[in-house]
Design a protein around this ligand. Structure first.
Ligand SMILES: *Cc1c(COP(=O)(O)O)cnc(C)c1O
Length: 494
């Protein structure tokens, strides 16, 4: 299986191994790597997976995409990534509530779904360095608005042949997120706060990636820069697994028969999670429609309704911050799957130059048969958390609540009673201030204090990774102006 870029048809970017695609992250022509075809699973292969444990399902699926890795290599990495040490209650949880199957993806070390990919990706990356005979050390740079940074630190800590440097905006993340990062352990990690907002930090990190002179100086010291964001196929591939596993669990637990259709609802930001579910369908998992759930930054809702993607609008800060996004990078991969390289290249050029593009009628029709978009604002989000707790005793976080609300809107509008598998993307304790307010009606804006308040009020335990951070020692207090980040990186990469 070779990997090709979603843009141009330049043969230079045209045919690389999965190890090369994982090591490089983004194609040289600015496009995103995709497998040249999506492998199909037969019904016999899928039914054989119904009774497999998570790491084995992972190895079955990923070995079909990463064909320059052996099945045993992937299985061994999956067994250690999804071990009881990292996921004491098992890699995923499943809760049927209000007729919806909530696929809980937050039982990992940082209590959010990004762990599912970021626990495995570093292991695939370490192997990619060996397979491509890279003798330099990779340095992963991450600019984060909170959650991704911590999940990346947990995934990459102590990874062989790799270092990781995370930047977050000083004063721009919650107190608990700041503590999570500043107390990070591991022998290959560094955390720096940046004076400025998230955009300032991200813009500077992006500049550093393309600073030829700086990269050359690092190369002389034996390093190269790499990224861990969801444009890397190694972030997407592990996510295909849990959507398939979720479907197979519904079969195993007797709620559906194998072959029955299931709709999928995903709270969406960068479009990586929902795209992975779509790839699972292309592999053969009997998924029906994909409900793309957004918050008030509803660019995708508009796109699925009228075929026009337009990021020229106000950026809003909401209670579901991991979905506060106006450019959903992985949508490019969906466009490529349903249209072609030429059209995708054109639309991405228009997006870059004008912030807007319009899909043609054929693409719109194809998207419309598979996807639909809904959104929920903050008051709908709070109301949904409150109702699920009051009526079902089930505590959900703000992102999951956006999705639950959108699933309800979908059922009401279409009357479609096909079972729904819904991606529950974060522990309610990760967004405890908003969740506490929703269930108790009382404000508490101190994210540390709201954790114990939420636990006392609901009688539910604080997840261990969140409880333990409050006891850990601060390791990193590096603070820089944006112009000073190169110096901070150089100090780290000696
Ligand atoms: C990142 C994130 C999302 C959005 O996922 P995408 O793959 O970017 O669409 C949703 N919920 C939570 C809690 C997240 O951390």
């Amino acid at each position: 299986m070779n990997y090709i870029s979603t843009r141009d048809s330049d043969p230079v970017c045209g045919n690389v191994t999965s190890a090369y695609a994982i090591k490089n992250g983004i194609a040289e022509n600015g496009g995103l790597y995709m497998p040249s075809s999506i492998p199909r699973l037969s019904d016999a292969e899928m039914t054989a997976m119904i009774n497999m444990d998570y790491p084995h399902v992972c190895a079955e699926i990923l070995s079909r995409f990463l064909t320059d890795y052996t099945y045993d290599e992937i299985l061994s990495d999956a067994l250690s990534a999804y071990s009881p040490a990292a996921f004491p209650d098992g890699p995923v949880g499943m809760k049927n509530c209000n007729g919806i199957d909530f696929l809980e993806l937050w039982h990992g070390p940082t209590c959010a779904f990004k762990d599912m990919a970021l626990q495995l990706m570093p292991k695939l990356m370490t192997r990619a360095l060996k397979k491509t005979q890279e003798d330099r050390t990779a340095c992963i740079l991450v600019a984060t608005s909170g959650d991704t940074g911590k999940a990346a630190l947990e995934g990459f800590k102590n990874a062989e042949g790799i270092k990781i440097h995370v930047f977050f905006p000083e004063g721009g993340v919650s107190r608990i997120q700041e503590l999570q990062m500043r107390t990070q352990d591991g022998n290959n990690v560094k955390v720096t706060s940046v004076n400025g907002n998230f955009d300032d930090a991200q813009t500077e990190v992006k500049r550093i990636f393309v600073d030829r002179e700086f990269c050359d100086s690092l190369s002389k010291k034996g390093y190269f820069l790499s990224s861990a964001n969801s444009i890397n196929f190694a972030r997407l591939a592990p996510q295909i697994v849990y959507h398939a596993y979720g479907y197979l669990t519904m079969v195993r637990e007797g709620r559906i028969k194998f072959g029955d259709r299931v709709n999928v609802c995903v709270p969406t930001g960068n479009f990586g999670n929902i795209l992975s579910a779509y790839i699972a369908k292309l592999m053969g998992i009997p998924f029906g429609r994909f409900i793309c759930a957004s918050n008030e930054n509803n660019v995708l809702t508009d796109f699925f309704n009228d075929g026009i993607y337009d990021k020229n609008r106000r950026f809003l800060l909401t209670l579901s911050p991991s979905m506060d996004i106006l450019v959903s990078s992985n949508l490019e991969r969906l466009l490529w799957l349903v249209s072609d390289t030429a059209r995708t290249t054109l639309w991405m050029k228009q997006l870059r130059e004008t912030g807007r593009y319009a899909a043609d009628e054929e693409t719109k029709r194809k998207l419309g048969t598979e996807f639909c978009g809904y959104y929920a604002d903050d008051s709908m989000t709070i109301d949904t958390i409150s109702r699920y707790y009051r009526d079902h005793g089930y505590l959900i976080d703000t992102h999951t609540a956006v999705a639950a609300n959108c699933a309800e809107q979908y059922i009401k509008k279409t009357g479609d009673r096909t079972p729904i598998l819904l991606a529950s993307t974060a522990s309610p304790y990760k967004f405890s201030s908003a969740v506490y307010k929703a269930v108790s009606g009382t404000e508490c804006n101190d994210s540390v204090r709201s954790i114990s308040l939420l636990s006392d009020y609901t009688g539910t335990p604080v997840p261990a990774p969140i409880a333990s951070v409050l006891r850990k020692e601060i390791r990193f207090s590096d603070n820089r102006d944006p112009g000073d980040l190169r110096k901070s990186i150089s100090d780290f990469l000696v």
